[in-house]
Structure formats: C-alpha cells, structure tokens
Design a protein around this ligand. Structure first.
Ligand code: IMP
Length: 203
C-alpha cells in the first residue's frame, strides 16, 4: 500500500482534538487530510474489544463509505491500578456531553477508593490505514507515565491535564503542542506508519 503525494486521506474521527493532531502530523507528508465530518460520513459504533479492532472498524467504514483511503485512530488511557480502565472506554467515561472533567474526577475517585498507591499509566494509540474495499494495516504506539491530580493545564484534550510522561515534569495539558507531538502515543504510532513506506514521498 503506497499513497502518492496529493492523495486525499479521510481522517476517520469526529474528535476535533484528534483531527487537529493527525492533520499536523500528516502535514509535512504531502497528503491531503479531510475529516470524516467534512465528508459527511457517519461515525460507526465502536464495538471492538481492543484499540486495534476499533481503529480498524472506523478506518474500514470511512474508506468504504468515502471511496478514499482512510486513517483512523483509536486511543485511550490505560491505568495500571485500575486494570487498564478506562482503556477503550476512555471517551465514554466523559459522558454524552464529552466533559473530561467528569472523566478525570471519576478516575481520581476510583483510585482513591482503591487506595491505589500506583499512579502509573500509559496512553495507547492504534492507527488503522484502510484502502477502499481493500487492505487495512495497523500501527500501535504507547507513551508511559503517571497521573497527577488535580488536573493541570489547558492545552491538548481529553486526559492530557492529568498525564505526565516519564522523564517530564509538565502534564500534556501544560506542554506546548509541538512537544507533546514529539513524544505522544499518536506520534509513535505515526512513526511506525511513516516507516512502513505507506506515504511514497515521505521516506
Ligand atoms: P476514541 O479513540 O475516539 O474512542 O477516544 C479516545 C479517548 O481517549 C479520547 O476521547 C480521549 O479521552 C482519550 N485520549 C486519546 N488520546 C489522548 C491524548 O492524546 N490526550 C488525552 N486524551 C486522549
């Protein structure tokens, strides 16, 4: 699978934070990213049991529905003391209003109730690149770190204000976006995608 310069690539996400980050990561590679929302494509239900399965489901639906290659991201926060929660349910913990202060407060409450001393966590990202009616490839990335409460910073999205990557002192919510982009789970999954040779002009 090789996408020549100028290829229209559907970014199969309706999450504006993710679409922004994916467009920034794709920018230098001569690909024309268009979000699934701009194409009027519906959002499929995430019925998979893993990040990879959900990414594949979203990429396949967008590629087949939009007749262009599609890239989907399924990602989330994995908290060790909570046996991997919220995991694939990371978005759903924010409820119908997508309010992540609710999700972060729930995390803090569950950790307190468990009297968890271990605040280690990781962000995980699975990227799926699907061709219309064709091949689908998966690339995964992780960034390890720990949680801090209360939330700090207004950059980024989702759980960024409570996550500090190993070796850093600022949360992803306090960090300049370009610094987060250099080390995030999404950036690491992207590196694998780029090294796969999927974008013909990027190597
Ligand atoms: P989904 O992949 O659309 O199911 O949603 C993933 C959810 O995981 C997002 O809505 C965020 O809550 C969380 N998440 C994924 N990546 C990040 C990130 O880079 N920063 C903060 N939260 C993230």
């Amino acid at each position: 699978m090789r996408l020549p310069r100028g290829t229209i690539l559907v970014v199969a996400s309706h999450n504006p934070g993710k679409v922004r980050e994916i467009k920034a990561l794709l920018g230098p590679h001569g690909i024309e990213p268009v979000s699934a929302g701009e194409f009027g494509l519906p959002e499929p239900e995430e019925t998979g049991a893993t990040f990879a399965a959900n990414a594949q489901l979203k990429a396949r639906a967008a590629a087949d529905g939009g007749h262009h290659p599609a890239l989907a991201d399924d990602s989330g926060l994995w908290v060790n003391a909570l046996d991997g929660a919220p995991g694939i349910y990371s978005a759903r913990w924010a409820g119908p209003t997508k309010d992540f202060s609710i999700a972060m407060a729930r995390l803090e409450k569950e950790l307190r109730e468990k009297k968890a001393g271990d605040l280690s966590a990781k962000f995980v990202c699975a990227l799926a690149l699907a061709m219309p009616q064709g091949e689908c490839r998966i690339f995964e990335g992780e960034v390890h770190g720990k949680l801090v409460f209360p939330p700090r910073g207004t950059q980024g999205f989702g759980y960024d204000p409570i996550f500090i990557a190993d070796g850093e002192s600022l949360t992803f919510g306090e960090m300049e976006p370009h610094r987060k982009h250099a080390m995030s789970h999404r950036a690491r999954a992207f590196e694998k995608l780029l090294h796969s040779g999927a974008f013909a002009e990027s190597l």
